[in-house]
Ligand binder design. Structure first.
Ligand SMILES: [Zn+2]
Ligand SMILES: [Zn+2]
Ligand SMILES: [Zn+2]
Length: 303
């Protein structure tokens, strides 16, 4: 159910980002284009309208990816599948960097609003309404699709962009774990409302979408509970992660890179108690970064 590279093929590579297309897009394209054709005198415009939708989704995802890169995060893959696009972004674990990586997607749609309005204005002035009615309908439809996508993505239902924006904004105030708990609970309520709406309308697509949202909210909630447990562990003072500035938890939360023995890296000079191997890298349980052990010690850095 989760979009992955499985069943998709690489479409192209741009600015270091691989764009993959899931095979089911073709199914949807066939269905979607045949639905669009009756609006136009020339059926080619139906296909062009679908292609425009594809481009809008792609630009939105590029917005996420490039913003994430701009704050030093990782983003090298976009997968387009029937429920929309997914940009695989891994921003640095700071609320500001996360907020920017998420908000940049909808901001692309915001930027497209005046573009479509100007195009519509120019086509009206040129009198295309009567001379080329297909062009007029096309511009209108592209503008409407863009605004629909913008509004839909901003619904505060995790993991939609709106839900993730809510989460990042709350992160500033209540921290990483608590913000995710609140966002996934709000998202769960929204997902249930979606499911009810899908049942009333007997709409299969909406039903699939509701199931997808509910599943991801549940996963977000589980992740938040895990983050909360990590947050509540007793901490060792005198060390701070160079990425997220959290002190490491006290306990055997690391494994020896040589023999796999779990032990506390920040005790006894980072030597494995079983095989004696010195550990160079100390992954941070809070943010997932893997800085060198020496980078953790503020005293060592000062000296
Ligand atoms: Zn988005
Ligand atoms: Zn960290
Ligand atoms: Zn060892």
């Amino acid at each position: 159910m989760t979009p992955t590279r499985q069943g998709s093929f690489r479409l192209f590579h741009l600015w270091g980002i691989d764009v993959h297309l899931h095979w089911s897009w073709f199914l949807l394209a066939f269905y979607s284009i045949s639905e669009r054709i009756p609006k136009y005198a020339n059926p080619v415009w139906g296909a062009l309208e679908y292609f425009a939708l594809f481009l809008i989704v792609l630009m939105h995802e590029f917005g996420h990816s490039l913003a994430c890169r701009s704050v030093g995060g990782e983003a090298n893959q976009i997968v387009l599948w029937p429920l929309g696009g997914v940009a695989y972004v891994n921003p640095p674990p700071r609320p500001g960097a996360t907020l920017w990586s998420i908000a940049a997607g909808p901001l692309v749609n915001v930027a497209l609003v005046p573009v479509t309005l100007v195009a519509l204005f120019l086509s009206r002035r040129a009198g295309w309404e009567t001379t080329y009615p297909d062009v007029e309908i096309f511009i209108w439809m592209v503008g409407a699709m863009n605004i629909f996508l913008l509004c839909f993505n901003l619904l505060p239902i995790y993991p939609l962009d709106g839900g993730q924006i809510l989460r990042s904004a709350l992160w500033f105030a209540v921290g990483k774990a608590r913000s995710l708990i609140i966002a996934s609970v709000v998202g769960f309520v929204g997902g249930l409302a979606f499911a009810a709406f899908a049942l009333i309308r007997a709409d299969m697509w909406l039903g699939i979408l509701a199931a997808f949202l509910l599943m991801h909210c549940w996963r977000g909630f589980q992740e938040a509970r895990f983050l909360r447990r990590v947050e509540q562990l007793p901490r060792r003072s005198g060390f701070a992660c160079p990425v997220c500035h959290a002190s490491p938890p006290v306990g055997p939360f690391w494994r020896c890179q040589n023999c796999g023995q779990p032990f506390d890296l920040f005790e006894g000079g980072s030597f494995c108690p079983k095989c004696g191997t010195h550990q160079a890298v100390a992954p941070c349980p809070d943010c997932g970064a893997a800085p060198a052990i020496a980078a953790w010690d503020p005293a060592a850095r000062r000296g």
